[in-house]
Design a protein around this ligand. Structure first.
Ligand code: S3P
Length: 189
């Protein structure tokens, strides 16, 4: 479902807080704003915030780029699945996942079963401009970031589309995206 932004009333936010009984899990492409928006959403809902990539880095005592370089992507995905499983077990929270997490069958099944998955989606221009500000992502190192993002987005879209909620996160203010998310959660069964 696509929800138009409308800043929720205090009563609506209180009602969402009362009903949330599981983690809200943000999925979608790198650069879409999962961590930034996730932090704001967690503050609004007074829930803990977790960033899966940061937790992987803490567990591995190295950066995501170093894990890819030293052990390869398959090893990273394995650690990512275990970290997300642990965070999902921990009860209601807002959890930002790395862009490839929801594309892995096991990780996606876990998130769909135990959390409320929200696909944050942006157009390619927005993604390119946002990732341009940070060049630490290993999957963007091997070529032109725009070409890589176009290819990955096309490959991954059918996985992201399995999230029950889709919210656009375009180049406008993050507050609009937050309002869309809250609007969608207000209608969550
Ligand atoms: C990845 C996205 C990154 C990080 C890793 C792999 C991906 O997270 O998990 O570099 O496969 O799209 P962000 O989406 O937070 O950049």
């Amino acid at each position: 479902m696509t929800i138009e932004p409308r800043h929720p009333t205090d009563a609506e936010v209180r009602e969402i807080k009362r009903r949330i009984d599981r983690p809200v899990v943000l999925v979608g492409m790198m650069g879409v704003g999962k961590s930034t928006i996730g932090r704001k959403l967690a503050a609004q809902l007074e829930l803990p915030f977790h960033d899966a990539d940061e937790e992987i880095e803490a567990a591995a005592q190295m950066t995501v780029a170093e894990v890819f370089e030293r052990f390869g992507e398959a090893h990273f995905r394995d650690g990512e699945r275990r970290v997300i499983a642990r965070l999902i077990e921990a009860g209601p929270s807002v959890l930002a996942t790395g862009g490839g997490a929801f594309v892995q069958d096991d990780t996606r099944a876990l998130i769909l079963e135990r959390g409320i998955a929200i696909w944050l989606d942006s157009d390619i221009d927005t993604l390119v401009s946002r990732v341009g500000r940070r060049d630490t992502r290993p999957l963007l190192q091997g070529g032109d970031p725009r070409e890589i993002l176009v290819r990955l987005k096309a490959e991954r879209e059918s996985a992201y589309a399995q999230a029950p909620i889709r919210v656009t996160s375009d180049s406008g203010p993050h507050g609009d995206t937050l309002a869309r998310i809250l609007g969608a959660l207000a209608q969550w069964p």
